[in-house]
Design a protein around this ligand. Structure first.
Ligand SMILES: [Mn+2]
Length: 339
């Protein structure tokens, strides 16, 4: 991306898109995380303040812990009997926190295909081939960080509701200001949020101290599946449908379990296979240092960043596990089985 400060404007295309339209749908990637929800809420209030009509429509439910951001109860879950505007051809769609239109679930066929136009606003890698209108900055820490800077450039009044959503998205996507894309501007934006009333401790408690007992039980089950490969450098955890049902937890409560193995110094890659209640198997990967896991996701029609990526598997568990482990071969001299 080019941050052309000389020309004065960094976000001319999306700013025009916002100015030139009046009716907006907002969406984000499937199983929306803190940055996806934070982005939707921040964009919702910003667009509202410009007098726009705005609806947030997601393919998957959001985790309970994010609900406090949605003070207008604006986030809707797409269902077949959802009431859609009669003038939907006068509406446009902004896709946040993903640059892959296959990653927005049922919104693709039910909203994207029916609106007049759409715009992708994102910070993930792999957007080089995106042909639609878009603004993608793969070195930004989060979509929320980019939105803050867009709204600042558009002179939008940053209310508490916008700032609290922006702050939450940044904290989530930077792992509390420690992941590689955390920059001085990330801190500058966070500082402005805190100066204007956002409480870091309150957001911490919402994000990390609001889990249910059933999610704790799910965590204990998932951690018990831990397997190590490549001389203890690659961790694999697995969650099956039964684990969700028997713990009583929600699928989205497994969100952060992939980060646990990375707390061990030796673990360089953490892989998490998780099956949802419909039996769809997803592979998520996180890595440290110079290990690129995005290429594995891209080969399987997924996406993400160098150190955080994922895809939906077409193969059964054992088969896809073998394939993914094999692809990490080039990073590790040792054989994959630690026997
Ligand atoms: Mn993000």
């Amino acid at each position: 991306m080019n941050r052309k400060r000389e020309s004065g404007m960094r976000f001319p295309a999306i700013a025009d898109f916002i100015r030139n339209n009046n009716n907006f749908f907002l969406t984000a990637h499937e199983t929306p995380d803190g940055d996806a929800i934070g982005s939707e809420i921040a964009a919702y209030f910003a667009l509202k303040s410009l007098g726009k009509r705005v609806r947030i429509l997601n393919a998957d439910p959001m985790a309970e812990k994010y609900m406090f951001l949605d003070t207008d109860r604006a986030i809707e879950l797409y269902k077949e009997d959802c009431s859609m505007p009669e003038d939907i051809s006068d509406w446009v769609l902004i896709i946040l926190d993903t640059n892959d239109i296959n990653n927005i679930g049922s919104i693709k066929d039910n909203v994207l295909s029916r609106v007049r136009d759409f715009f992708i606003f994102d910070h993930h890698e792999g957007g080089d081939t995106v042909e639609s209108a878009n603004h993608i900055e793969s070195e930004a820490s989060s979509t929320c960080e980019m939105l803050y800077e867009l709204f600042a450039e558009m002179h939008i009044n940053m209310t508490y509701e916008i700032l609290v959503a922006v702050y939450l998205g940044i904290v989530y996507d930077t792992g509390s200001f420690i992941y590689p894309k955390t920059s001085a501007r990330t801190f500058a934006i966070a500082e402005d949020c805190v100066k204007n009333g956002v409480s870091p401790n309150y957001i911490y408690s919402k994000l990390y101290e609001s889990n249910s007992i059933s999610s704790l039980m799910l965590q204990s089950r998932v951690l018990s599946t831990l397997e190590l490969f490549y001389n203890g450098h690659v961790a694999v955890q697995t969650m099956l449908k039964e684990d969700i049902l028997e713990s009583g937890a929600l699928y989205e409560e497994a969100d952060s379990l992939i980060n646990i193995p990375l707390k061990s110094e030796d673990i360089k890659v953490s892989i998490f296979f998780k099956e949802n209640l419909e039996g769809i198997l997803r592979c998520s990967m996180r890595s440290k240092g110079n290990i690129d896991v995005a290429f594995i996701a891209q080969i399987h029609n997924g996406g993400g960043h160098k150190t955080a990526a994922g895809f939906k598997s077409k193969y059964p568990l054992e088969e896809i596990k073998a394939k993914v482990l094999e692809m990490l071969n080039k990073y590790f001299l040792q054989p994959k089985d630690d026997k």
